[in-house]
Design a protein around this ligand. Structure first.
Ligand SMILES: [Zn+2]
Length: 383
């Protein structure tokens, strides 16, 4: 009741033309996109907030809805009119000054299975993804047009994800070499090599910043990536361990698929219903055949290319990995471990410009070979 009373008071004060209190942040923009299985709502702010999403059931004259309160944010009466969505999943988005110190965002629902909340920085954004079976197919005029699934679209955009960064240095190797620095250097070199080959390239970071795994996957999906490559360098207690390994997601691993569904819905695995399990496993397995072939092309190009110059480079193989970063991605995704920072000779190489350049060149070659195979198969199917 307290909330309702405060909202009434806020509305009354606003109607009296009460001025905005000092020291509050603003809503910069509200956007939404309709994808085939979810709708994304993005509220851009000029300061970060830490809201929670609450769900309210439908009542007399009121739709089922989600709401979240943005503390310290002023919106005034800017969004007095609801923002219509009407894509068969969301009805509308409303923003209002709930108290003088707090903006409330309300998402009126047509359908609802589950949601996902992401908090992104620079600029600060609150992202709410609402998943559910649409009452109808969303109109192409709403947000971005539908993208075909990854197996049916040509390979154009590569998302490079340099591992770690900011407060997370990753592995610390021989001579104090930090994984986050190695992955960033490798990322920049790889971007150049891919752009030379005509790829569009997006990186999850291009400086020394902290990024959550959710942010990395949100950047990748927001950029419309066709391929996702996460770059890392290895570490082992055994100092003699050395070599190159490449990972992709194991789709046959029921536990991982369940974890994907659980992560997205914020519930424990055991509480997921059959439908959710099926959907999660379908989403992962569609991209995982492509991930396996991308991993093998990149790995082969990398190992054979490096061995031409450094004959002792060990081939640790292509592996199926339980990597969280690979889970949320709706595009083929791999993770390259470009050598061991804990091995003396390999750490020296990873700190060496020539090795980084060569590694980047070979990864780019592997991705280009994957593109050739993928796109020619697509062309064959189309004719
Ligand atoms: Zn790492």
């Amino acid at each position: 009741m307290r909330g309702a009373a405060l909202a009434l008071i806020a509305a009354a004060l606003l109607s009296l033309g009460v001025e905005r209190p000092d020291g509050l942040g603003d809503v910069a923009e509200v956007r939404h996109w309709s994808y085939d299985d979810y709708t994304r709502v993005v509220v851009e702010l000029d300061r970060s907030v830490a809201p929670e999403v609450h769900r309210l059931p439908a009542g007399p004259g009121r739709r089922e809805r989600l709401y979240l309160d943005l503390g310290g944010i002023w919106v005034g009466r800017r969004f007095e009119e609801p923002i219509p969505v009407d894509d068969g999943l969301l009805h509308a988005i409303r923003l209002g000054q709930n108290t003088l110190q707090r903006t409330r965002v309300v998402i009126d629902l047509e359908r609802y299975d589950r949601h996902r909340l992401l908090l992104l920085s620079s600029p600060p954004r609150v992202v709410v993804d609402v998943f559910g079976a649409r009452t109808r197919r969303a109109s192409l005029a709403v947000g971005d047009p539908f993208r075909p699934p990854s197996e049916l679209r040509p390979v154009r955009t590569v998302v490079i994800d340099p591992g770690h960064g900011g407060r997370d240095p990753g592995a610390i190797g021989v001579g104090g070499l930090r994984e986050k620095d190695v992955t960033l250097r490798l990322s920049r070199a790889l971007r150049d090599r891919l752009e030379e080959r005509g790829f569009r390239v997006v990186t999850t970071r291009d400086d020394d910043r902290t990024l959550s795994l959710e942010e990395r996957t949100a950047i990748a999906e927001g950029a419309g990536g066709d391929v996702f490559v996460s770059l890392h360098a290895n570490a082992a207690r055994r100092r003699s361990a050395h070599g190159i390994e490449t990972y992709y997601l194991d789709s046959t691993h029921e536990r991982h698929t369940l974890r994907l569904a659980a992560l997205e819905s914020g519930v424990e695995s055991k509480h997921l219903d059959e439908l959710q399990r099926t959907l999660a496993s379908l989403r992962v397995s569609a991209a995982s055949d492509q991930s396996a072939s991308l991993a093998s092309e990149v790995h082969r190009a990398l190992v054979t290319g490096l061995r031409a110059q450094w004959r002792d480079v060990a081939d640790l193989g292509v592996k199926q990995g339980p990597f969280y970063v690979l889970f949320l991605s709706s595009m083929p995704a791999i993770l390259v471990e470009a050598g061991f920072l804990t091995n003396g000779p390999e750490a020296r190489r990873l700190g060496n410009r020539e090795y980084i350049e060569r590694t980047a060149e070979r990864i780019a070659e592997g991705i280009a070979r994957y593109r050739t195979r993928h796109d020619s198969r697509l062309a064959g199917e189309a004719s």
